[in-house]
Design a protein around this ligand. Structure first.
Ligand code: NAD
Length: 269
């Protein structure tokens, strides 16, 4: 085994899966050793490079995650919550670092990652980009500096295929704002107003989701007071930022103690 970690990508045919395969194969700090898709998918048994419409990469798409994970030091997983829970148990069994980009997990599903994190490193973040993780830190600071005269609203936009709302990133930003204010997000979150909602409650943190076209990911954190507004904004125009962050996390996790980490740990913010 070389010191260059072998990586498995799950959800190989997905928007992020394909971007991750490209990022890992372009990198000289990691090797692509396996790719996983769900059972019954057209790509199973094909060379992944050919399936993606390019040159063969010498890696065959499999629907057997454990077999793939056994060859690897890290699994990068941007799939769906149920699949991610299954992969967490198998990655822990294979002692692989499990980088989780999947969003839309319930609190119960997040809690169910705990047994796996006793045996292996899990790095999970609703957004793997450097810019958004900086925005999270800024949001916490601004929220801590301002009082409840400033109404906080998180507004996000994504492409029309996205299945969960608010986005994982919007929730990270809402959590950061709540933490800055010293409150529990669950107590103050106001998600997607519609109808006769009554006036805005002081101290609430609002969430709004735009879905359309091919928007990669846009997030505004609005602090609005009588007479002035502050807007913190991140615009993602290329999915490569998430893939680069995920690969960085997979490499960072090598040799770390078992447990759950996030991108703030990886980026040292
Ligand atoms: P997508 O629908 O294009 O891809 C998901 C892929 O997962 C598909 O190829 C699907 O076949 C595969 N999959 C589902 N169940 C599987 C299973 N049991 N075994 C193997 N493969 C399985 O979606 P996407 O746009 O690539 O996004 C995937 C996830 O990543 C979403 O939750 C999205 O919100 C999240 N995401 C996170 C970040 C981040 O930085 N954390 C960035 C972008 C997207």
């Amino acid at each position: 085994m070389t010191h260059i970690p072998g990586i498995v990508i799950t959800g190989a045919s997905g928007r992020m899966g394909q971007m991750l395969i490209k990022t890992v194969t372009d990198s000289d700090q990691a090797r692509l050793v396996g790719v996983v898709e769900r059972a019954g998918h057209d790509w199973i048994g094909q060379d992944v490079g050919t399936a993606m419409g390019g040159q063969p990469l010498g890696v065959t798409v499999t629907d057997d995650p454990l077999e793939a994970f056994a060859q690897a030091q890290a699994v990068i997983d941007f799939t769906a919550p149920e699949a991610t829970l299954e992969f967490a148990a198998l990655a822990a069994q294979a002692r692989c670092v499990h980088v989780i980009g999947t969003t839309g997990m319930t609190d119960e599903q997040i809690a169910a990652l705990e047994p796996a994190s006793r045996h292996a490193v899990i790095v999970r973040a609703g957004n793997m980009s450097l810019g958004v993780n900086l925005l999270v830190q800024l949001t916490k600071k601004v929220a801590a500096a301002l009082d409840e005269d400033f109404d906080i609203e998180v507004i996000e936009g994504h492409h029309h295929h996205k299945v969960d709302a608010p986005s994982g990133t919007a929730l990270m930003l809402g959590e950061a704002a709540a933490e800055g204010r010293g409150v529990n997000l669950a107590d103050v979150a106001d998600r997607g107003r519609d109808g006769i909602t009554g006036a805005r409650k002081r101290g609430d943190i609002g969430f709004h989701a735009i879905r359309g076209g091919d928007i990669v990911g846009e997030h505004d954190v609005l602090f609005a007071a009588p007479g002035e507004r502050i807007v913190l904004r991140h615009l993602a125009t290329d999915r490569a930022i998430f893939a680069r962050g995920a690969l960085k996390a997979a490499i960072w996790g090598q040799g770390k103690d078992p447990g759950q980490y996030d991108m703030v740990d990886v980026l040292g913010l």
